[in-house]
Design a protein around this ligand. Structure first.
Ligand SMILES: Cc1ncc(COP(=O)(O)O)c(C=O)c1O
Length: 424
C-alpha cells in the first residue's frame, strides 16, 4: 500500500474496515490487552500471551513441584536451550541445530563476538555502529580488552551520517557488529548486502536481531551471515527477562571458541572432568543452568509464533507503520512540527516509527497517562512499536487522536510530565 493511496479518504471507518479484512486480526484474542490501553511498546516489552500464565504455572507445579530433579530428563529441561532454539530458528532463517538460548542479549553478544574475532586471528579491528544499542558497544569494549593481548583491539564506528561501512572496511577488520533494525529510528540494514561487503573484506559479521526477531522476516542463512544474537522479550513476547538466543552458521560450529566455557557447553557435562571439552555444534555456546521458568514463558509465546506466517506479519507491519506516518504527516506535522525520523522506504524500515519532539519525554508521559503506551529515547525521540499480532488499524487511528489532543492542548507542559523515572 502506498502512502498516497491511504491519504485521500482516511478516517476511523477506513481503519475499522482494514481490521475487518485483516487475516491476523484473530491473533489479538490470544493476548491479554488491558482495558483502556493502546499498547505501542511491543518493541520494548511484548504483551502477555493469554495462555502463558497457565503454562508457567504447570511447569512450576508439575515439572518442578512434582517432577523435581527428575524433570531434567523427563521434561527435557537439559535440552531446552536447544529445543526451544529450534523453534526460534524458522523465525530467523536458521536451520534446526543452529540456535541456542543464552542469558541476556548483552552476554550473548559477548559470547558470539569473542568466537567471531577468534576466527580471524591477526586482524585487530572491530567495526560497530555509533547508533548500536549502547550495551553492544560496552560489551565490545570488553572484547577489545580481552582479545587485544595487552593493547585493546581497535574499534571503528560507522553511522548513517558517515563514516560508512565502505569507508572503514579493510584487511585489518576482524568482525563487524551491527543491529539490523536501529532501536532509535527503526532504520533497517540490508542484511544480505552488508554481509556480502563484510565477507569481501575477509571479515565476519555479528547481527543483533533484538528489533527484528518477530518484527520482520529474517533470512540469516540466505544472507550467508556468520553469527547473530537477539532477545525474546520484545516482538517474541517471551516475557520480562526471557532468555536471549545465539545463532551461528553451521560452517563455524566446529572451529568456534566462545568466550564463556561453562559446563552446559561441555561435550560431556556429566562426566565432570577437570578439563573443558566443547560440545559439538551450537551447544558449545551454552554456559550454565538455563533460567527454566523464563524459558517456560518463552515456550508459551512460541506456541503462537508456530502458527504465524512472517510474510503476513511483515505485510501488516508495513501497513500499520505507513498508516501511522501518513496520519502524522497530515494531522500533526503541519501544526506542531513533530515528524517521523523513520525511513519511508519500506525495505529500510522495521516495525516501529519514531517521532522527533524537543520535549518528547513529557509528550510521551502525557500519552501514557491517556493510555497510549510508547516510550522515549534520549534526547528527543518518542517511539511507537507496531506489533501486527495484537495492534489494530483502529489502535493507530485512536493513538494519533490522543497524540493530536496532547499536542493541541499542550497538556504535556504540566510539570508532572517532566519527572523522569529510571526507565524511560
Ligand atoms: C538492539 C538491542 N541490543 C541489546 C539490547 C539489550 O539487551 P539485554 O538487556 O537483553 O542484554 C537491547 C535492549 O533493548 C536492544 O534494543
Amino acid at each position: 500500500m502506498s502512502t498516497t493511496s491511504l491519504r485521500p479518504a482516511i478516517d476511523r471507518a477506513t481503519c475499522t474496515a482494514l481490521d475487518e479484512s485483516d487475516p491476523l486480526a484473530p491473533m489479538r484474542e490470544r493476548f491479554v490487552l488491558p482495558d483502556g490501553v493502546i499498547y505501542l511498546d511491543g518493541n520494548s516489552l511484548g504483551v502477555l500471551p493469554r495462555h502463558t500464565a497457565a503454562h508457567v504455572q504447570r511447569v512450576i507445579t508439575e515439572e518442578w513441584g512434582t517432577g523435581l530433579i527428575r524433570s531434567w530428563n523427563d521434561a527435557g529441561w537439559f535440552a531446552k536451550p536447544r529445543t526451544v532454539g529450534d523453534r526460534i530458528a524458522p523465525l530467523i532463517g536458521a536451520d534446526a541445530g543452529e540456535v541456542v538460548l543464552g542469558d541476556s542479549t548483552s552476554a550473548s553478544l559477548f559470547q558470539a563476538t569473542v568466537a567471531a574475532v577468534r576466527l580471524r586471528p591477526g586482524r585487530r579491528v572491530i567495526v560497530a555502529e555509533r547508533g548500536n544499542f549502547p550495551t553492544d558497544l560496552y560489551m565490545l569494549e570488553a572484547v577489545q580488552e580481552l582479545l587485544g593481548g595487552g593493547t585493546p583491539l581497535e574499534r571503528r564506528l560507522i553511522s548513517d551520517d558517515g563514516p560508512t561501512l565502505d569507508d572503514v572496511l579493510d584487511e585489518h577488520v576482524a568482525v563487524v557488529v551491527l543491529t539490523q533494525v536501529d532501536y532509535r529510528t527503526g532504520r533497517m540494514h540490508d542484511m544480505a548486502e552488508v554481509t556480502r561487503k563484510v565477507h569481501a573484506a575477509g571479515a565476519l559479521v555479528v547481527w543483533d536481531l533484538c528489533h527484528s526477531a518477530g518484527a520482520v522476516p529474517i533470512d540469516l542463512n540466505g544472507a550467508d551471515a556468520d553469527f547473530a544474537v537477539g532477545c525474546t522479550y520484545k516482538y517474541l513476547n517471551g516475557g520480562p527477562g526471557s532468555p536471549s538466543f545465539i545463532w551461528a552458521a553451521t560452517r563455524h560450529h566446529d572451529a568456534a571458541r566462545p568466550a564463556l566455557t561453562g559446563w552446559h557447553g561441555h561435550a560431556r557435562p556429566f562426566d565432570f572432568t577437570v578439563d573443558y571439552a566443547p560440545a559439538p555444534g551450537i551447544e558449545r555456546f551454552r554456559v550454565g543452568t538455563p533460567q527454566l521458568l523464563s524459558v517456560a514463558g518463552l515456550e508459551a509465546s512460541l506456541d503462537i509464533w508456530d502458527d504465524v506466517d512472517m510474510e503476513a506479519v511483515r505485510e501488516k507491519s508495513l501497513r500499520l507503520t505507513e498508516l501511522f506516518m501518513s496520519l502524522v504527516d497530515t494531522r500533526l506535522t503541519p501544526h506542531w512540527g513533530i515528524e517521523p525520523v523513520t525511513p519511508r522506504e519500506s525495505v529500510r524500515r522495521g516495525s516501529q516509527v519514531s517521532l522527533r519532539h524537543e520535549d518528547g519525554y513529557a509528550v510521551m508521559q502525557a500519552l501514557i497517562e491517556r493510555g497510549v503506551i510508547g516510550d522515549f529515547r534520549a534526547p528527543d525521540l518518542i517511539r511507537f512499536g507496531f506489533t501486527p499480532l495484537y495492534t489494530s488499524y483502529a489502535d493507530v487511528w485512536d493513538a494519533v487522536d490522543v497524540l493530536e489532543d496532547v499536542l493541541r492542548t499542550e497538556i504535556w507542559r504540566e510539570p508532572r510530565f517532566a519527572r523522569r523515572g529510571t526507565v524511560t
